[in-house]
Design a protein around this ligand. Structure first.
Ligand code: RIB
Length: 305
């Protein structure tokens, strides 16, 4: 039976335009395409874990608008348990995304119903947390809810993963003792540590600080430069598979969800990181958030170029 991953986090409807480049302040650009795509870092990570071999439950909040039912349905069709996805009055979370010709993006999110996910709502679904092998959190829901989920995960003896995204500054110091795996990208590692992560060496300095703060292990994702792992004793730099990128949206989410699924299913850390890297590499070859996330079959069939 597949292991259980529980994701505590956001669901957003992504409103995506493609344009030749990202707009400058005050500028109006003519876009090429527009689409609405299910996203949100929490939901993307849940979908990734489900497509990549885990049994998944989501804990989150959608709004009473049309997006809310579409976001829930997008998880249900993946076989994700949504008993702990509540519907609250008002708007669902949305993300306004521009993707440019070089596959980079700029994103503005509006929390909407994601802001209604409270520690009390997690307490009401404690049985879901209890059933987890691995608990995965991000930062698109209220900070006190994330703090509660991390602490409760630690109390229950679960493997706890935090993807600190989006990050605008240091994490509360008391969180670190509850985190088994902290998975920031370069900009998040910079925001958390105060070190500008613009090289592998700088990533090592930042990751060391995060270990000293109390995180169990740190994986800094570095986009096309791969990932840097440390447990405080040693560093390992794992190269990313080479692919032609179309859209990097949700690549980090695919890595986190794939890593969580592989780890929950008994893979070693190194195997789980490589598995997440292949999944993330495949995701950037396709457009959109959840539509870009590969299946286990896709990852197993990946042939490096
Ligand atoms: O990580 C990608 C996600 O960030 C998008 O799906 C968007 O919803 C934002 O949350």
């Amino acid at each position: 039976m597949p292991a259980k991953v529980v994701v505590v986090g956001s669901l957003n409807m992504d409103l995506v335009t493609r344009a030749s480049r990202l707009p400058r302040a005050g500028e109006t650009l003519i876009g090429q395409t527009f689409s609405t795509v299910p996203g949100g870092k929490g939901a993307n990570q849940a979908v990734a874990s489900a497509r990549l071999g885990a049994d998944v439950s989501m804990i989150g909040c959608v709004g009473s608008d049309a997006y809310g039912s579409q976001l829930r349905e997008a998880l249900l069709v993946e076989g994700i348990d949504c008993q702990a996805v509540s519907t609250v009055d008002g708007s669902s979370g949305v993300a306004l995304i521009v993707v440019d010709d070089s596959s980079q993006n700029a994103i503005v999110i509006v929390a909407g119903s994601n802001g209604e996910l409270t520690p009390a709502s997690l307490q009401a679904f404690d049985a879901v947390l209890q059933a987890a092998d691995v608990i995965v959190c991000q930062l698109e829901v209220p900070m006190n809810t994330v703090g509660y989920a991390l602490k409760r995960g630690r109390e229950l003896g679960k493997t706890v993963i935090l993807n600190p995204a989006p990050a605008s500054g240091p994490l509360p110091a008391e969180w670190y003792a509850s985190i088994d795996y902290l998975i920031p990208n370069e900009s998040e590692a910079s925001a958390l540590s105060g070190v500008t992560v613009d090289s592998i060496d700088a990533a090592k300095v930042a990751a060391t600080q995060l270990i000293q703060a109390g995180a169990g292990k740190v994986i800094v994702t570095l986009g096309a430069q791969g990932a840097l792992f440390t447990d405080g004793q040693r560093f390992e730099h794992l190269q990313a598979p080479k692919v032609k990128a179309v859209d990097t949206t949700a690549a980090g989410d695919t890595f986190v969800g794939g890593f969580a699924a592989a780890l929950a299913n008994g893979k070693s850390e190194a195997e789980a990181i490589r598995f997440g890297q292949v999944a993330a590499a495949l995701s950037v070859t396709r457009a959109g958030a959840q539509p870009s996330i590969p299946t286990l079959h896709d990852v197993q069939g990946f042939v490096p170029s």
